[in-house]
Design a protein around this ligand. Sequence first.
Ligand SMILES: NC(=O)c1ccc[n+]([C@@H]2O[C@H](COP(=O)([O-])OP(=O)(O)OC[C@H]3O[C@@H](n4cnc5c(N)ncnc54)[C@H](O)[C@@H]3O)[C@@H](O)[C@H]2O)c1
Length: 212
Amino acid sequence: MSSLGNLDSSFADTATIVTGGAGGMGRAIALAFSAAGSSILVADVDDVGGRQTVDLVTGAGGKAIYQRTDVSRADEVAAMVAASVSNFGGLDYAINAAAIENEVDFLADLEDDNFDRIIAVNLRSVFLCMKHEIRAMLGAGKGGAIVHLAVSLVLPSRRQSIMRPLASASMQSAPGLSRHRCCSMPSRREAETHRRSQTGLACSADSADQMK
Ligand SMILES: NC(=O)c1ccc[n+]([C@@H]2O[C@H](COP(=O)([O-])OP(=O)(O)OC[C@H]3O[C@@H](n4cnc5c(N)ncnc54)[C@H](O)[C@@H]3O)[C@@H](O)[C@H]2O)c1
């Protein structure tokens, strides 16, 4: 944990959402961002783990809240972002670490519902989270940063391609979606420049157009 805790002190007075923050990578990231001064909204469907993460953060002197959020649900993702804005005054960073794996390993054994659920949690969530996170960041006129955790883009072996097919495929689609949208996010400096120029926009015309 401490190796992740050496983030820059510029995270002070910022707000960070960590989906999948009830455990694993998400919890480690929540603790690291908190140690660097950011206020943390832990979002997960694991209420016990999520509250444990909050206790760990607050026990270490940080500030955190838990918001139960199924990242595949649009209404819950919107409420998650709204909770960051209402509790912390905005949203500066979003770490989207929520994910699920295949329930079975062999493609031919996958149930249709399992396929739909994995796509919803690992891919649809990327769209939903980005949509609402970007809106909050641009709305504040400050810009921000969004990070998605996924598996590597290394192509699976022939055996892996039929044995561990879906979670990997769903996550490998996410970078294409996030790269397209995140490339059009203005930097903090750009956003501030535009805010000061009183254009009423938080980003350039081109990038604003791409983000619609
Ligand atoms: N653990 C690693 O070493 C590692 C390495 C590289 C990449 N990753 C990637 O990082 C991400 C997280 O990995 P992890 O090991 O921390 O996984 P994990 O299973 O420990 O944690 C995932 C979290 O997501 C939550 N979650 C599941 N469904 C959800 C939903 N619908 N809404 C909200 N939360 C939900 C779970 O409750 C859990 O807390 C994955 O995308 C994984 O591929 C992990």
